[in-house]
Design a protein around this ligand. Structure first.
Ligand code: AMP
Length: 281
């Protein structure tokens, strides 16, 4: 795997790959990689592909009181994992190169960015959209891969790509989970052992709610029951919501795909998860 920290060198390598007829596929990450990230790399690896992973802990998507300074960083381990996964190129831009003095542009995707995590984390999705637009222009991939784990983020990216005519095919990759159902996340390392045990309540509560709604139960009751179950397990609940899977609007219309999304804090750690409520999925 080739590792680049300078945009000119990255562009030269990508130009050569394109010249050889290879199709560039991008997997953006913030590092501290786990099997969820590797599932994106594996999805991106197709015959003739040049798979580029990026690692950039993007300061613009962290709020003032969030975990930017203590966000886990493990570059050597990440390089080994990506190499083993068959990634071709790692793009590691320095923060000064991404946001040089005078940087003034902000990309804000209205509507889909506004509720749920957008309400709980003001400015977060502007930071995500802005950095992903930059990565798209730096790498100019034909395809890009994002996890369904960050369901709202995926919806924001899809909206931005459609609105700004990025000629990039976006693929959402299903959430990879631990054996007990907890979604893999770089932030799971924050969990104390007893918090880790309790954390399984999050996927469980979503599963129970999804089954209740699919079985014809009233959505409001299913959401209230999930909130109560999470609270009983020791979580402080930010939201448990049933939304339109594309627009993320609350109270999805009949016939639309629906998604259950939740965010809740256990100790100092904020976890998110989501589940489809779609008989076909
Ligand atoms: P992050 O490093 O947390 O910014 O995540 C980078 C990419 O990996 C995003 O597209 C995430 O949605 C995706 N991702 C993170 N965790 C998982 C998971 N458990 N399963 C699938 N994709 C994931």
């Amino acid at each position: 795997m080739e590792v680049y920290r300078e945009l000119a060198a990255l562009r030269e390598a990508l130009g050569a790959a394109r010249g050889d007829g290879r199709e560039v596929a991008l997997v953006p990450t913030m590092g501290a990689l786990h099997a969820g990230h590797i599932a994106l790399v594996e999805a991106a690896r197709r015959p003739g592909a040049c798979v580029v992973a990026s690692i950039f802990v993007n300061p613009k998507q962290f709020g003032a009181n969030e975990d930017l300074s203590r966000y886990p960083r493990k570059e050597m381990g990440d390089i080994t994992m990506l190499t083993d996964a068959g990634c071709d190129i790692l793009w590691l831009p320095p923060v000064e190169a991404m946001y040089p003095e005078g940087f003034a542009t902000n990309i804000s995707v209205a509507g889909v960015s506004e509720g749920l995590d957008g309400a709980a984390r003001p400015g977060h999705f502007d930071g995500v959209a802005t950095v992903v637009a930059k990565l798209f222009n730096q790498v100019r991939p034909a395809r890009a891969y994002f996890g369904e784990k960050d369901f709202q983020q995926l919806a924001v990216i899809r909206r931005m790509v459609a609105d700004l005519d990025f000629d990039i095919d976006i693929t959402g990759v299903p959430t990879q989970r631990e054996d007990d159902g907890l979604a893999l996340s770089s932030r799971n390392v924050y969990l104390l052992p007893e918090e880790r045990q309790k954390a399984v309540a999050l996927p469980r509560a979503l599963g129970v709610a999804a089954r209740a709604i699919l079985g014809g139960g009233e959505a409001a009751k299913a959401l209230a029951d999930a909130t109560a179950a999470l609270t009983a397990a020791g979580f402080a609940v930010d939201y448990v919501s049933l939304v339109d899977a594309e627009t993320l609007a609350p109270e999805p219309a009949p016939g639309r795909r629906r998604q259950l999304l939740a965010a809740a804090r256990i100790g100092h750690t904020r976890l998110i998860d989501n589940l489809s409520v779609d008989p076909l999925s």
